[in-house]
Design a protein around this ligand. Structure first.
Ligand SMILES: [Zn+2]
Length: 309
């Protein structure tokens, strides 16, 4: 093993840019975040990313640590260092040549991938699926995002346009989905869907509910919460079973706020997934909670660099 390498990890979100200086071992030696307002333009966002990189490189210089490159996780479809589209929550975030812009500015290699992909890679390299070569990562929140790591590499399909794990159909005559399709996993098994179903079951308004409240109600044995949570696990289990049958992963890693509600939640999902998966495909699979929390993005972005050099 050669001397320890370091990389800049940038996690671009809808409201914050998180940044970190990461060692090859996964140790974070410097980190921070900068806010981006809802009105931020494409130029504002690029300037803030530049500022984040500059601060991180400065920290590396002060500590006399060699930096091998910069990794960036961005919302949207990312192909060959460019965000080509699909990032509706960032203004003007189409045809953004992130790799070109920042490799010229900082004279370092710049690797770019989709934010969910990068989080999944982070979990596979440093987190809940450390040392696994075949991993399915799902983030359950307002929607369902995900990543596939196959034979140690992110798998994105041709031009990296695939792995929309929330948009596989689980009911072909089902409810309309935000993607324009019908009956998608996301429309049934996201945290938003869970809250919607509980609101319908109890006659409450969705605005007064959140995932945390539902988990509390479930743990107290409130019948509607128990029913909705079991259905949520059943929906998610169906989706995961399909991923297990297709990819035979060693780990299915569940991230997103609700995955942090306790082992009972992961147990519910695991049980449902194994109920529907083909035993021969699932024999080496475990279903586990994500381990890196809100650091997954920066760690995964940095690992793009370590994987490339
Ligand atoms: Zn959909």
């Amino acid at each position: 093993m050669t001397a320890t390498k370091y990389a800049v990890g940038i996690d671009l979100g809808g409201t914050f840019i998180k940044f970190a200086l990461v060692a090859g071992s996964g140790e974070i030696v410097f980190s921070g975040k900068l806010a981006i307002g809802p009105a931020a333009s494409r130029e504002d966002i690029l300037e803030t990313i530049g500022q984040a990189i500059k601060m991180t490189l400065q920290a590396a210089t002060e500590k006399a640590l060699p930096v091998a490159g910069i990794g960036i996780g961005s919302p949207g479809v990312c192909c060959n260092g460019t965000v080509v589209g699909g990032a509706e929550n960032l203004n003007g975030w189409v045809d953004v040549r992130l790799s070109e812009i920042f490799s010229e500015a900082f004279r370092l290699p710049v690797l770019v991938d989709n934010d969910a992909n990068v989080m999944g890679l982070g979990e596979a390299v440093y987190g809940a699926a450390k040392d696994c070569s075949d991993v399915i990562f799902l983030t359950v929140g307002t929607g369902i995002g995900g990543a596939i790591i196959a034979s140690g590499k992110l798998y994105g399909g041709y031009q990296n346009r695939g792995t929309e794990m929330g948009h596989v159909t689980i009911d072909h005559k089902g409810i309309a989905c935000n993607c324009g399709g019908r009956g998608c996993l996301e429309a049934y098994a996201s945290t938003s869907a869970l809250i919607r179903d509980y609101a319908v079951a109890t006659g409450r308004s969705e605005e007064e509910l959140d995932g945390f409240f539902l988990v509390q109600q479930y743990q107290q044995g409130e019948p509607a919460a128990v029913k909705c949570m079991q259905e949520h696990a059943d929906y998610l289990g169906h989706g995961i079973a399909g991923f297990i049958n297709t990819f035979a992963p060693q780990k299915v890693v569940i991230g997103g706020g609700i995955s942090e509600s306790g082992q009972f939640y992961i147990d519910l999902i695991r049980e449902a997934a194994f109920r529907y998966a083909m035993p021969d495909c699932a024999v080496n699979t475990d279903v586990v909670a994500a381990a890196l929390g809100n650091q997954a993005g920066c760690l995964g972005a940095a690992s793009l660099v370590f994987k490339a050099c």
